[in-house]
Design a protein around this ligand. Structure first.
Ligand code: UDP
Ligand code: MG
Length: 344
């Protein structure tokens, strides 16, 4: 397909062999009636199953299907970033591979875009088929985040959204390692609006977001959008010092004017445990920030691409150094990237 496309749909995939074929069909069925050119940018985030193979098979027949194939699993937010880097549409939509977000909403989002909005994000009014624990932690998290950040990140909003090219370019220019895309979109500003929808059950397969990854995402979100935990550490330290000072006066008073001083063993243990606990916790908070600063200081590329499918021009050409593909590709040409040979 030549010429600029109107719409790019970015689909991150991690072990999604069970759903990808259906996702492709639902997407094309929803998008064909719009009557605009579009591309589907699948990003294979180091799947260990047949996801890449299936996309290659679909892509052999449909040149609108493109794929960025990572060298390993880099994580959902990074996969979405890569998809945006490689997309060329006038508008760019982000959608999960598991059909929890209805592709049928994309035409409505485009209609909103035509009204003049730059970002149209899906806001979940209900979440089906997700455990009470997941819903509850998600709800808590969005509210905690809102109370901590100065950027107003809308609640109950995932990454399902449509963006104008200029917003997409703005995000692509932000190369931080700890990425929380919905927050970065809020930070970017522009004209934003919500479109409410019901989040469906996962079509097939398991969630690829176990508690461990959710905690990581939450920490990324908080540390990249707020320094309140650090300030909180200062305030808490100050409060504890004040309490300590008052108790110091009490102890001195007791020592001089009474003879009960030796009885204090229990209170010593309690104070010691409490203060050490708090100190260690605050060190942990510091560590979260320092660790992230260290990651950023290394300035590594966000991801490495092992192979690409159906991209005719080298996406590194525009000289955006942030796209590591050129470097990664340069090293791989002689090696014949994995899987490039057998396109059925
Ligand atoms: N995903 C990914 N890399 C990962 C984990 C997930 O690309 O390391 C993709 C996954 O294939 C899906 C999307 O991110 O398209 C959202 O993941 P999932 O549906 O498992 O999360 P949940 O909806 O349960 O929060
Ligand atoms: Mg899902």
């Amino acid at each position: 397909m030549n010429g600029p496309v109107f719409l790019s749909v970015v689909v991150p995939m991690y072990n999604e062999e069970e759903v990808i074929e259906t996702t492709y069909r639902r997407l094309t069925t929803a998008l064909d009636p719009i009557g605009e050119t579009y591309e589907l940018v699948f990003v294979n985030d180091g799947s260990r199953d047949n996801t890449a193979k299936i996309v290659r098979r679909i892509g052999a027949e449909d040149p609108r299907v493109k794929m960025v194939d990572f060298s390993r699993n880099f994580g959902h937010q990074i996969a979405v970033t890569a998809g945006m880097d490689y997309s060329s549409g006038r508008v760019v939509a982000l959608i999960d591979a598991d059909l929890q977000d209805p592709p049928e909403l994309i035409p409505e989002m485009i209609a909103k875009w035509r009204e003049g909005y730059d970002v149209i994000y899906g806001q979940r009014i209900a979440r089906k088929g997700e455990s009470f624990f997941k819903k509850w932690t998600a709800a808590m998290f969005y509210r905690l985040l809102r109370s901590m950040t100065s950027v107003s990140i809308p609640v109950d909003t995932g990454d399902f959204r449509l963006m104008d090219r200029k917003v997409c370019d703005a995000l692509s220019s932000m190369r931080e390692q700890s990425r929380f895309i919905r927050g970065m979109v809020s930070w970017a500003g522009f004209r934003q609006t919500a479109l409410e929808y019901v989040r469906e059950e996962r079509f097939a397969g398991e969630t690829k977001y176990p508690l461990r990854k959710m905690i990581r995402l939450s920490l990324d979100a908080i540390t990249s959008f707020s320094t309140k935990p650090l300030k909180f550490a200062g305030v808490l330290g100050f409060a504890m010092s004040a309490i300590g000072f008052i108790y110091l006066l009490v102890v001195i008073f007791q020592h001089i004017f009474t003879n009960t001083t030796l009885k204090g063993w229990t209170s010593m243990v309690v104070i010691s445990l409490l203060f050490h606990g708090i100190t260690l916790m605050l060190l942990g908070v510091l560590g979260e920030y320092i660790g992230r600063t260290y990651e950023e200081a290394k300035r590594r590329p966000l991801y490495l691409v092992a192979d690409r499918l159906n991209f005719e021009d080298d996406p590194g050409e525009d000289g955006r150094e942030a796209r590591p593909s050129a470097a990664a590709q340069g090293k791989n040409v002689s090696k014949e990237p994995i899987g490039a040979g057998h396109r059925s």
